[in-house]
Unconditional design. Structure first.
Length: 139
């Protein structure tokens, strides 16, 4: 539990950094921390990392370039999911779109598949399972 008088601090991390279990990081306020997390840990936006004397540190997902693809029907959605999954790409899943980190080759693939996609700068949170991922819009 975070003490009432605890000063908030944060580590800003992209999705790749949030997958790394061993690293040295610096908080927004200049505090250095060494992370040694269990293998397979993926930090999510808002996760509490540390409670120190008079302060606490949370994870802040960094806005980064992502490709957002709108899902039009079951068949094209299945093809899209297959193609992205076949390339072992991380995806964020919502009711009407999939998103993956921006990559020009993937953008070209999506165009060849005839899907509508757009490049946006957003916080990317890859799915741990089908119901857990989402993007935080910065429009």
């Amino acid at each position: 539990m975070i003490p009432a008088n605890s000063e908030p601090d944060a580590i800003v991390m992209g999705w790749q950094e949030r997958r790394s279990t061993r690293q040295r990081v610096q908080t927004r306020k200049g505090r250095g921390l060494a992370l040694a997390l269990p293998t397979g840990t993926v930090l999510m936006d808002g996760d509490l990392l540390y409670i120190g004397q008079g302060f606490h540190v949370t994870v802040e997902a960094e806005a980064e370039d992502v490709l957002v693809t709108f899902l039009e029907d079951a068949t094209s959605s299945a093809i899209l999911a297959y193609e992205l999954g076949n390339r072992h790409l991380p995806v964020a899943i919502d009711h009407n779109f999939l998103a993956t980190p921006y990559d020009r080759v993937v953008e070209d693939l999506l165009a060849r598949l005839g899907t509508t996609c757009m490049r946006r700068r957003e916080r990317f949170e890859p799915a741990r399972n089908a119901g857990s991922a989402h993007l935080h819009r910065h429009e």
